[in-house]
Design a protein around this ligand. Sequence first.
Ligand SMILES: [Zn+2]
Length: 287
Amino acid sequence: MYLKTILTFIIYFVLNNAIDNQAIAQEYKIKTIVIDAGHGGKDGATHGVYSKEKDVALRTALNLGQALQDSIKDIKVVYTRQTDVFIPLYERINIANNAKADLFISIHLNDMPVRVSRVVDYYKKVKGRSVPVYRTIAAKSTSTKGTETFVSGTGRLGEQDEVIKRENAAMFLEDNYQKNYEGFIANTPENDIMLSLMKQTNRDRSLKFASLLQQEYVSAGRINRGVQEKSLAVLARAAMPAVLTEIGFVSNPDEEDYMNSPEGQKEIVDGIIKAIKNYKRIAETSF
Ligand SMILES: [Zn+2]
């Protein structure tokens, strides 16, 4: 019986393997989008001259959610937070996994690291000679600007295994198959192949969405710092395509003003929505 089960699975898998990608594409519809405003509460993260990352990220997230609901019919928007509260990273992605989200967008503001240097503060006379007295200063580069978008780096792809098994494995399986082989499917090599296929698909889709997003920033005249793969805890356990987008540098006074202005907010939100619409069209049909 056990052998027969495996054989059935293998035959099923081989027959379906060729059309797996197509099947995934057909089943993948962007119905639920989780918008994650980075940080919050005790975690204020970075700040500029007058604004904090957590506050601007929240405002952008809420504006984006509202505009999304107004511009895409039947879209369901789920927020990880709508107020100034602290939410652990794993909880953010749990919210998305539990909501069976089709896309996860985490919104952040970028910052330059503080560089510590020693400068001469003044000279004092010691035994008739001028001796410099140093002072330590901490400063950030304020000139760096632009947008960048991250997807989960391959180093953390392993963390997706459990959650993808739990959340997504069923979509590959026929109803009766699932019933028949319940409790058994999780550890077959075939399932591992499907799992890596799923991870690869999510990664491809995350990269696709990230590049569409960067394109929109660029057409709005922003500096393009590109799409990067990074080991980010908030994205590592995502069971769906997921990106973290840095909408600008809060350490750059011009960009701080831009992100805080109604015009800047509108331009950023419009760009993200255009990218979502393009992605939705591509992902639901050919990709
Ligand atoms: Zn951040």
